[in-house]
Design a protein around this ligand. Structure first.
Ligand code: PGA
Length: 271
């Protein structure tokens, strides 16, 4: 059985309250959630991670150390150190007590796309970042998903297969055992229009099968989470799908009560 993961991506949002207040709030709700999970006979334990803007990492470390909640960054450099203005290396991230890092989020891919880089080149950059993250003992959450245009053209599997093949080619299939994959259709992110549970299941199962061709045991233990307009109203149905192992939550992660409800949905949807 795979332990579900709920990851909260704050993106570049500064909370209405101070980041400190929000972090404390997240912590308090996580404690309440833990109690709720213990009391619910059909619930099982989950992992929770939050991804605040990097300037709040120190606060996250101060407030969340010793708690159940993990934290991480929304990006990592493909290099160890040097003249890479604005970048943060995997070892610096580790230095802030992070366990996780997001890699290849579509909002970052779009930045590179403005440079008109080919998708295959982008996948290579993602693979380099992936290598840096795992070398530092971070758990990468690697995001992939198709645009509305690609969805309409039926290219979803092609896009996903290309990235998975690049990751496997760079690090071998076993490295995926310490990795999380996030299927995030670009058309569902921040739009309020999530994928249907059936569609998410279809794509997740394709991803698992693709990895299984190389290593069946790794594929079986690999966590594949879904992201794109997950809310308390649709979380249970999505997480109930056999190949959906939790979610990457954007907007709703800033609303602590909603986030906590989504976490609870994952706890009662184990399969
Ligand atoms: P959303 O964002 O939940 O606001 O759609 C998801 C994400 O970008 O990770």
């Amino acid at each position: 059985m795979r332990k579900p993961l709920i990851a909260g991506n704050w993106k570049m949002n500064s909370p209405d309250e101070s980041s400190k207040v929000l972090l404390v709030n997240v912590l308090v709700h996580a404690q309440l959630l833990e109690k709720r999970i213990l009391e619910e006979k059909d619930a099982s334990d989950i992992d929770i991670a939050i991804f605040p803007p990097s300037v709040y990492l120190k606060e996250a470390q101060e407030i969340l150390t010793g708690s159940k909640i993990h934290w991480g960054t929304q990006n990592v450099s493909a290099y160890d150190e040097g003249p890479y203005t604005g970048e943060i290396s995997a070892s610096m991230i580790r230095g802030f007590g992070c366990d996780y890092v997001l890699i290849g989020h579509s909002e970052r891919r779009c930045l590179y796309e403005t440079l008109e880089l080919d998708q295959y080149v982008l996948d290579q950059i993602v693979a380099k970042k992936y290598a840096k993250a795992i070398n530092q003992g971070l758990t990468p959450i690697i995001c992939i998903g198709e645009t509305a245009e690609d969805y309409a053209a039926g290219k979803t599997e092609e896009i996903i297969a290309r990235l998975l093949d690049v990751l496997i080619e760079h690090q071998g299939p076993q490295a995926l055992a310490q990795t999380v994959l996030a299927y995030e259709p670009v058309w569902a992110i921040g739009t309020g229009q999530s994928a249907t549970p059936e569609w998410a299941q279809k794509v997740h199962s394709f991803m698992r099968e693709r990895v299984a061709k190389h290593d069946a045991a790794t594929a079986e233990s690999l966590r594949i989470i879904y992201g794109g307009s997950v809310k308390p109203e649709n979380a249970r149905e999505i997480f109930a799908q056999p190949d959906v192992d939790g979610g990457l939550i954007g907007g709703a992660s800033l609303e602590v009560e909603e986030f906590s409800e989504i976490c609870f949905s994952a706890a009662v949807s184990t399969h």
